[in-house]
Write a protein that binds this ligand. Structure first.
Ligand code: ADP
Length: 317
């Protein structure tokens, strides 16, 4: 039996179409395309359908655009351990490996990513009721909970409102961005669990300082992801080993090796250590993520990013 001719000739290969009562319904697979490329493809499909005989209306639905994108959660058991600093710099370091990474700042307790990227106070625009991520000077597109409220105002949402705010950020026009790093609020309560269960990251990076107390909190964070069935990519030790800028001696104000030992005990990968360095704080405060530079601090973030890159390659590319 010979195959029946296509109902609508001239459609691009990514389109499948149905024609009924003069209405052409087209499903367009835009997986992996950035917004301009997807828009061009849609225009091509529209034009081809309109040329076909018997068509009086064309409806186009895009698919796969959002389901294929991978989320990586960056979490900590408590605040102040450098989770936001790590999220920003990992995003930049992954961007430098060539991945089209994006960043979503869900840290409602202190949405600091706009400041860390030097775009504080800039409001993102919207198209078709969806937010357009801000282009940052470091090349990482960014949306933050802080962009949904007037500057300086505390975020006082609970439950469903919080959930829909995060969905709004994740449903933005991310184009080909993949993966998206998700800077979670610190802690291991219901807010974090709900975010993780709803948006199902493909993996989680846990950040801790070497202190025992912080490690207990990190263990709670690991439990939370295990409960939600999200694989742990590994543990990062932040604020490890302080190099005195005057005499060059190295000391360990928060202890030494605790996080690496703990990772081994828990059977999860250790992704590396970021030194406690004044340069990291000053560059971060100035809105210039150190991972964008070529100094020693940038290299530390780069080494962690390479392990995450390897994990991603081992888990689907
Ligand atoms: P969290 O997101 O866990 O609350 P932040 O990323 O906001 O923590 O970091 C808390 C403070 O510690 C910030 O002032 C930040 O610049 C500083 N900081 C984070 N990591 C380092 C580091 N490795 N060396 C020096 N200062 C750091």
């Amino acid at each position: 039996m010979s195959p029946s001719p296509p109902a609508l000739p001239g459609l691009p290969p990514r389109a499948t179409a149905r024609l009924k009562d003069g209405v052409a319904s087209i499903v367009l697979d835009v997986t992996g395309l950035d917004d301009p490329a997807a828009d061009a493809l849609e225009a091509e499909a529209q034009a081809a359908a309109q040329r076909a005989p018997g068509v009086r209306e064309v409806r186009v639905v895009r698919t796969s655009e959002r389901t294929q994108r991978r989320l990586i959660a960056v979490a900590s058991g408590k605040g102040g351990v450098g989770k936001s600093t790590l999220s920003a710099n990992l995003a930049v370091a992954l961007h430098r490996t060539g991945r089209p990474v994006g960043l979503v700042d869900a840290d409602i307790q202190g949405p600091s990513q706009p400041r860390l990227f030097g775009v504080e106070g800039i409001k993102p625009e919207a198209r078709d009721n969806r937010m357009i991520p801000l282009d940052t000077p470091a090349g990482v597109p960014l949306l933050s909970m802080g962009m949904l409220v007037p500057a300086g105002q505390a975020i006082a949402w609970r439950g469903p409102m919080l959930g829909s705010a995060l969905s709004q950020l994740l449903d933005g026009h991310w184009g080909a961005a993949d993966p998206i790093l998700l800077d979670l609020p610190p802690g291991t309560g219901d807010v974090q669990l709900t975010m993780v269960q709803k948006h199902r990251p493909v993996g989680a990076v846990i950040v801790s300082t070497p202190q025992d107390l912080a490690l207990i909190d990190a263990r709670r964070a690991i439990d939370l992801f295990e409960k939600a069935g999200v694989p742990i990519i590994g543990l990062v030790e932040n604020m490890a080993g302080y190099t005195c800028p005057n005499c060059g001696s190295v000391s360990d104000p928060f202890g030494n090796g605790g996080a690496e030992d703990e990772a081994a005990r828990l059977g999860i990968p250790f992704l590396g250590r970021i030194p406690l360095a004044i340069g990291i704080r000053t560059a971060s405060d100035a809105g210039a993520p150190p991972a964008a530079g070529n100094g020693a601090e940038g290299a530390a973030f780069g080494a962690v990013a390479e392990r995450i890159d390897a994990w991603l390659r081992a888990h689907g590319g």
